[in-house]
Design a protein around this ligand. Sequence first.
Ligand SMILES: Cc1cc2nc3c(=O)[nH]c(=O)nc-3n(C[C@H](O)[C@H](O)[C@H](O)COP(=O)(O)OP(=O)(O)OC[C@H]3O[C@@H](n4cnc5c(N)ncnc54)[C@H](O)[C@@H]3O)c2cc1C
Length: 319
Amino acid sequence: MAGILVYSEKQQLVRELLGKARQIADEKGTAVAAVYLGESIPADVAEFGDWGADTVYTVASPLLVGLNPETYTDALAGVIEQVEPDLVLVGATKSGLEISARVAARLGAGVASFCVDFSLDHGFVTADCMIYSGVGKNTYKIKTQPALATVNAAVFTAVETGGVAKVTAVDAAIKEPALKIIEYKEKAAAGVKWEDAPMIVDVGQGMNSQDDLPIAESLAALFDGQVACSRPVSSERDWFPEWLGLSGKRVHADLTVTLGISGSVQHVVGIRDSKTIIAVNTDENAGIFSQADYGVVADLHEFVPIFTDVLKAKSAKLA
Ligand SMILES: Cc1cc2nc3c(=O)[nH]c(=O)nc-3n(C[C@H](O)[C@H](O)[C@H](O)COP(=O)(O)OP(=O)(O)OC[C@H]3O[C@@H](n4cnc5c(N)ncnc54)[C@H](O)[C@@H]3O)c2cc1C
């Protein structure tokens, strides 16, 4: 098959990748296929046809469990070797990034990570890719066929085409993995979706103690907001199950107030789509001030209670 093959373990991401793949394939008169890998194949797998796939290639195996990178690499590489696409788009989830790198190494193929746009010219891929967490963009021309590219969620848009896909089972050789998953633990959910919050109070390591969190909660409560945090506040202090940033959640709030956040690029990726950012930090040279619309050089423990009282007295509302 000449054309574009799409894989992710996240079904919504598959639909998004199919949306872009279908557009490019129609321009070039080529084909689009999706891949489904798993212990068993769901009855509705042909529905990827609705989202632009001409074919859905499936691999079912009892070894395809727990997103084991070794067995998923065997399966995806097996499909690629048999189908011979020009380009393989892989969802840039943690699993997708690991599998795509392993598959590329195995097949001697070029892989472009964090692709945000691409074109196909006589089967060869040119890909625009985000670098430095989105601060810049590189354009790569990949000389191998197939080429691989990983794509984050929400980069491309799913488009319902109402098409019908043919489902074809592929017999891929999957070896017993050297790496075995011995335990799987569900991550505790935050309970609320930060991504949907109109206002975020973003707590960093500048907050002294978990006992100070009510300072942030009182401010957030004024605007039906949520209290979120930086990675070390979650991963080291364990105050929250999740964090904001490159490896965490990304918010699009009308207002984000950062408290004791230094402004590392990995963190700012998670909040930069906020309409307005107010930063509170004791260090006037903190990097967060170059990212914020308003900056307050102050101790958050002193400033925030006063700020909250003033906003409350003025019955402040989000614009
Ligand atoms: C591959 C990779 C991925 C990463 N992904 C993420 C990610 O997704 N999200 C993330 O958050 N981080 C991520 N990090 C970590 C990131 O680089 C930073 O280390 C982290 O964001 C710093 O968190 P912080 O701002 O809370 O703490 P710090 O950097 O320690 O900053 C604390 C700030 O608080 C200020 N402060 C101190 N006391 C007060 C006070 N009383 N009042 C007001 N201000 C005060 C200080 O001046 C300082 O600026 C990643 C790192 C790597 C290498």
